[in-house]
Write a protein that binds this ligand. Sequence first.
Ligand SMILES: [Zn+2]
Length: 86
Amino acid sequence: MIFNKQVLCPNCGKKAKKNTEIWWERHYGEYAGNLKVIRREQTFNGDILTLWDEESYKMYCGYFCTNRCAQEFGNAAFHASICADA
Ligand SMILES: [Zn+2]
């Protein structure tokens, strides 16, 4: 899921990663877009750029950083709901 600000994983507290794109100069030519180049990696096959819009962040699994975090949180929430009823 994409967010327009930095968020934390509800399960482990890890920060969302920047929602970046990869630009390979050898294939696409020199980058001339609006995104910020946050990393340039020089390879024998041409430079590889990491681009970012400076505002969007990405979580791998919905609101969570990993499938595992989503599972753990889901199970804990369900468990809590069962215990609350008992
Ligand atoms: Zn997590």
